[in-house]
Design a protein around this ligand. Sequence first.
Ligand code: NCD
Length: 358
Amino acid sequence: MANLTEISWKEFSSLSLEGKRPYLMQSAEDPMPYHTLFAQQFDRALLDRLCALSNRIRFINKSKEGALYLKNVLAHKRAMLYFSQPSSRTFLSHLAACQILGITTGSVRDAATASEFKGESREDSIRTFSSYFDMIIMRSPEQGLAEKMSWELSNSSRPIPILNAGSGKDQHPTQALLDIYTLVRSFEEKGGLDGRVVTFCGDLLRGRTVRSLSYLLTNFKDVKQIFVAPKELQVSDDVKSFLDAKGVKYELSDDLKAASSVSDAVYMTRIQDEWDTNKGESAKIDTSRFKFGAEELALLGKDAVIMHPLPRRDEIATCCDHDPRAMYWRQMRNGMWIRAALIAATFGHERTIMECGY
Ligand code: NCD
């Protein structure tokens, strides 16, 4: 099987995502990720396995005996949470996921408190973390850093897995996993996710959650995607090319009301103005028509769901918060379960948990 030790960084980094995929898996027989870097690593079979494992962990964790059993599964492991960009949910849900499995954690959340501040490169910092921990969960503003680190670590004397918890404007694979888990759960008793219409609205150009989820949705049959955004923030060409290559139906629009009336899920996102090249440039874009409020809610089907990776600003009016179709709170908690599932599976414990007596 392909192994990162058998390929130079130069060769690896020039491969397509499809080409990189086999190098990131645990083995040819089991294509579960070792390093989780991008959404395209997951196919339908893997998504089904991770959703099943999340359900199982969620169920086992309900009783004290079950929770104590889970706490023992990875009690011998340590994970480093290395977040050099702001985060609440992604940090806390990974932390909670580690706690569920009994993993001890350490964290750096601010590069100013670490040696990076003294001029240490991120590469050296990560090599340092690998001396003390068995997994690195990392968020970085630098696109491609998690990938570079995966190659570096796999080629070091302490090869340990990396989990990408958000890389630049590019990818946020574990968010996409929790979004899929939420969609699967929302429609599981209503005929499933296949054949549904999913609308993305907001900053689709710079929102990494949108990119990763859009890719993951292509694993489901006949899911149509509608991208609603001001033209300056419409989804980028690489996403469109990917969807074209997969033969996925999609539509670009600037009409959230029309999209809400035909969608099974509306995925709202905030304007990612931290990426503005000139300060204040996002504020000049008219985003008033890209907010979900009482009027859109009235147009939404009765079984449809409203989602948001959070944090929200004013893209979803608080009057929607108590509607049973508001799924963003549930989405957050689902993140904890599927991250616990992914971490357990990364350490080879999928079967142990699926087949345990609880
Ligand atoms: C998202 C992110 O960091 O990309 N947040 C998250 O992880 N839930 C979305 C955002 O910041 O808008």
